[in-house]
Design a protein around this ligand. Structure first.
Ligand code: ACO
Length: 434
């Protein structure tokens, strides 16, 4: 932790003694006030549901400036990584190791990941236990958690080598598991990985090849998938990452922790938003219905939200949304779908919302999910699998954050406190007297 140069003094109007607390400076971003001694000194907790003002850890992986609309992985702007930063595995290396790889490091990393793409043959029986119509996220929560039963040789979280091997296994096997979840849902045989293909091309192969027809790699589409993965790779202390850290803080194994992250990501306010955004566009149906839809969104009693808009941290355009809109255009162009009605509808909706006082005053801008659903649909990925693709991309972020937490000497089991508002102590009354 950075040394404290300044201090904050907290004084109370209820007669409690005032308290001096250290303030730490990050390399960029807001300072933090260290309140760890607050309870011991005053008997008071802080109250911060949703962690609106609470830094739960120190981290050097990802930085977001929500007001500027800036996202940095290890200091590198997401725009540079997405455009000039090589492929997704380079981003994985960067997130895990702190630096971009040189050519030799990249080759070794790619070769190591590639050697771990197969899952244990018995994993298929887990899949067969699910109903065919099970949601892929439910299948992934189960099967990723189940990896802990197969890889006993990498479960010692106190051994840095075990942590490294688990990280590689998770990154390598997620595409295989996501593709297996898809194949199972449509009743097709599982397709084994092909290690002569790139990470993203191999995923497309496992998704779209069948025993009777090999998937033909389309570089534009593979690049689009790779960009989706880069843009979703990490996003600092979001809900699912914090879930992974909290699960890991008890010493749980990494496969179990990532399964917990997947469960959290499933929610519509988080990873489920791309699925919800596409359904919303389909429901709106036409540009003529936008005005009516926007009026519903503004009516608090309607319960309707503009999905793919708004973000806890970004109070400006999500930089990933811009890149995703660009990719959306490229993919539709490649497939001859430049007149895609949903893309046109999304752009018209975005324009109207960005000019509307309701959205302007609340600083609501498109987030990454606004366009990612259209891209994924064009790649042939079914809607129900969108969040699974997000989980596949985010696995590297989760595991990098988990590794960082395990090696942090300040790490403690996560244990929030509460403001108790229930019944005070009382006596049990016999059932006939209640
Ligand atoms: N549509 C309409 N109104 C919205 C939206 C939206 N998408 N998002 C926020 N608002 C409104 C809220 O009603 C609130 O209005 P009020 O001040 O009049 O009460 C105000 O904007 C502030 O919103 P909060 O809910 O307090 O913002 P919070 O930071 O808690 O929520 C969230 C962020 C959950 C992402 C929210 O914007 C949302 O639900 N968006 C839609 C879902 C979505 O796209 N999620 C993806 C997030 S990105 C990701 O996970 C990759």
């Amino acid at each position: 932790m950075t040394n404290s140069e300044t201090k904050a003094t907290l004084s109370f109007s209820d007669g409690s003694p005032s308290l001096e607390m250290p303030i730490y400076k990050g390399s960029i971003g807001p300072d933090v006030i260290d309140i760890r001694k607050l309870y011991g000194a005053t008997g008071k907790f802080t109250y911060d549901p949703g962690f609106m003002s609470t830094a739960a850890c120190n981290s050097s992986i990802t930085y977001i400036d929500g007001d500027k609309g800036e996202l940095l992985y290890r200091g590198y702007p997401i725009e540079q990584l997405a455009v000039n930063g090589g492929d997704f595995l380079e981003t994985c290396y960067l997130l895990l190791n702190g630096e971009l790889p040189n050519a030799a490091q990249k080759e070794e990393f790619v070769s190591t990941v590639t050697k771990h793409t197969m899952v244990h043959e018995q994993m298929q029986f887990f899949f067969r236990g699910f109903r065919r119509d099970a949601h892929p996220m439910s299948v992934l929560v189960g099967t990723v958690g189940a990896l802990s039963s197969f890889y006993h040789d990498s479960l010692d979280i106190n051994d840095p080598h075990h942590r490294e091997v688990s990280a590689i296994r998770l990154i390598a096997k997620m595409p295989t598991l996501v593709a297996m979840a898809y194949k199972y849902s449509i009743g097709q045989p599982f397709v084994y990985p092909r290690n002569d293909l790139s990470y993203s091309a191999n995923f497309m192969h496992m998704m779209f090849s069948t025993p009777c027809e090999e998937y033909k790699v389309n570089e534009v589409l593979v690049r689009a998938l790779d960009r989706i993965l880069i843009l979703h790779a990490d996003h600092e202390q979001n809900a699912s990452t914090s879930t992974v850290r909290l699960a890991g803080s008890s010493g749980a194994n990494p496969f179990a922790c990532i399964a917990a992250g997947i469960a959290c990501l499933w929610g519509p306010a988080h990873g489920g938003a791309n699925e919800a955004a596409l359904s919303m566009l389909e429901e709106i149906g036409s540009v003529d219905n936008i005005t009516h839809f926007i009026s519903q969104v503004k009516d608090k009693n309607s319960g309707v939200k503009l999905m793919g808009f708004g973000h806890r941290v970004y109070k400006n355009y999500d930089p990933r949304a811009k890149l995703m809109r660009e990719t959306c255009y490229e993919v539709l162009q490649e497939l001859g779908l430049q007149d895609d009605p949903l893309f046109k509808l999304a752009m018209a909706l975005e324009k109207i919302a960005l000019e509307d006082e309701y959205f302007v005053s609340r600083k609501l801008y498109p987030n990454v999910d606004f366009y990612s659903g259209i891209v994924q649909r064009a790649l042939g990925i079914p809607t129900a699998l969108f969040t699974g693709i997000f989980a596949l991309a985010r696995t590297v972020g989760w595991i990098a954050q988990w590794k960082e937490m395990i090696s942090d000497p300040e790490q403690k089991i996560g244990r929030p406190r509460q403001l108790f508002v229930g019944a005070a102590k009382r006596d049990v009354v016999a059932i006939d007297k209640r």
